[in-house]
Design a protein around this ligand. Structure first.
Ligand code: DAT
Ligand code: MG
Length: 203
């Protein structure tokens, strides 16, 4: 009987720490969890002291960025920073998806042109994971209007007009959660342990 209980407990733990699709929804949603990547770490530190390394954000290279062959350079910046890629795909966006994505802007005068531009060609959309990745990504991407974006940011380095600003980045934790669920199915996001984790943050 004790052996059976142990087996059941072990199975529950395995499911808890394995693939995304097996996680309870609360542990999945946009990854706002403080879980360590490996089960072993759980015994070493209390959850309260573990940094929030599983925060996630949505980054998209817009049609102008894809057309101008900037995908690789943009991805490199996030890899170089130490963030972890957990979702990636290229797609021709539908009007319906874009309308949901930009629902807060639908009353803006530039909205029809924004939809036309965003559906003019493929986009590459990604989910990046890491400590404070939402805030850090916004800084890396730069001001919405490239004319005001700092050099060194993606928009500051690769664009000059607000109507063609190359890249999208979620602007808040709630926004990231909403956008990730909008653009990706759960099975398209992979939780994986990066071998350099102990060198990029203390867990
Ligand atoms: P961000 O993309 O920095 O989050 P946002 O959410 O305010 O900025 O706007 C979404 C996109 O809409 C933005 O990346 C480019 C476009 N946009 C914003 N303001 C615009 C304007 N005044 N004219 C044309 N396009 C604009
Ligand atoms: Mg925005």
């Amino acid at each position: 009987m004790v052996l059976l209980q142990r087996c059941v407990f072990k199975r529950v733990l395995q499911q808890f720490y394995s693939g995304n699709q097996r996680h309870p929804k609360s542990l999945l949603s946009a990854g706002f969890t403080a879980l360590p990547a490996g089960a072993g770490a759980a015994g070493r530190r209390s959850q309260a002291t573990i940094p929030d390394i599983r925060e996630r954000t949505l980054i998209a290279v817009k049609p102008d960025g894809v057309q101008r062959r900037l995908v690789g350079q943009i991805m490199q910046r996030f890899e170089q920073r130490g963030f972890k890629l957990v979702g990636l795909k290229m797609l021709q966006v539908s009007d319906d998806l874009l309308a949901q994505h930009y629902c807060e802007l639908r009353t803006k005068p530039f909205y029809p042109r924004l939809l036309h531009y965003m559906t003019s060609g493929p986009v590459v959309v990604m989910v990046w994971e890491g400590h404070k990745v939402v805030q850090a990504s916004r800084t890396m991407v730069g001001h919405t209007n490239p004319a005001e974006a700092q050099a060194g940011t993606v928009r500051g380095d690769f664009s000059f007009h607000v109507s063609r600003n190359v890249v999208h980045a979620s602007d808040s934790l709630e926004g990231a959660q909403r956008e990730i669920q909008l653009w990706f199915q759960k099975k398209e996001i992979l939780s994986w342990d990066s071998c350099d984790q102990t060198f990029t943050c203390e867990v």
